[in-house]
Design a protein around this ligand. Sequence first.
Ligand SMILES: [Zn+2]
Ligand SMILES: [Zn+2]
Length: 382
Amino acid sequence: MATKRDYYEVLGVAKDAKTDDIKSAYRKLAMKYHPDRNPGDKEAEAKFKEAAEAYDVLRDDDKRARYDRLGHAAFQQGGGYGGADFSNIQDIFSHFSDIFGGGGGGGGIFDGLFSGFGGGGQRQQQAGNSLKCRVNINFKESFTGCAKTIELNRNELCETCKGSGAAAGTQPKRCPTCNGRGQIHQSQGFFSISTVCPQCGGAGSIIEKPCADCRGQGVKTKTVRIQVKIPAGIADGSRLRIPNEGEPSLQSGPRGDLFCYIFVEEDQFFQRNGNDIVCQVPISVAQAALGTTLDVPTLQGRANMKINPGTQHGQIYRLRGMGFPDLRGGAKGDQIVAVAVEIPKKLSPEQEKLYRELAKIDDQNVSPERKSFIDLVKGYFN
Ligand SMILES: [Zn+2]
Ligand SMILES: [Zn+2]
């Protein structure tokens, strides 16, 4: 192998380039030299590997610092360059799955650009339609997780014609206009424009004698019941993807997905704030002043909570770890208990007597806050 090029030069970035710039520079090169775009081109393949190697080092702070200090020598012990082994193109796709979208799945920047990784540009079979549904759960179910059976109408392949849409004993015929491609290409100067075939509507085939059962549609609507497992901690408005529970593909592609939109009913006592559960607990004036212990409802049963003497209205207590589990594996939320001190609206004769006594004592033992307030008021009227 010839002398190695400088990694910064390979990616065409400055020595002090930020990680984001390095990533986008690599992305551009990966697109340019992608094997699906350059089938059989050995030079493109070498450039594709060279860029992957440079990116693997420069995206990693440790490796990059070592490279900055020692150059290629930093990785020469052991023969390889010290990182992942990219002798196989497939390894590059799996190594940088954040860029290439996880071994051929969705979500990568190359979606829609390339048919499949290393697949050499095969035509992909179109997946079936995805479906949406709404799932209502209550607050407790959102905390514990639950299983729900949902009923929905969806298209299933017609059993009579097995989805072909053609009557028994006949077969769909290859469309003569597009020769089965579903698209027609027209050249206009330098450009080649492809449009959906007008005769077959993109299907690539035409049905001369339609199946009587599905009237040539290939599908029939059926009511199906699906078990949906809802994870503990799910929030109102979340979307759950249930793979392969959408409609079947008519081109022997994969089924579509089912997307469940989760609606969580409001609770009378609890509210959700992030992963915390918030509630309000009323206590009496005497309890606030003297302190007490309370039984507080939680979604895991009753919890004993100590109220300190001198607790103020609106003061907040936390029951640690009693909130929602985190769906991404983070820390659990807390239960936040806000104390509401209730001032009695009506007094029994005995209560009134005691409150009047209390008032007398309060006048003799003025608190520092009240004293400064009284002084303030005096200052206004003198
Ligand atoms: Zn049919
Ligand atoms: Zn056609």
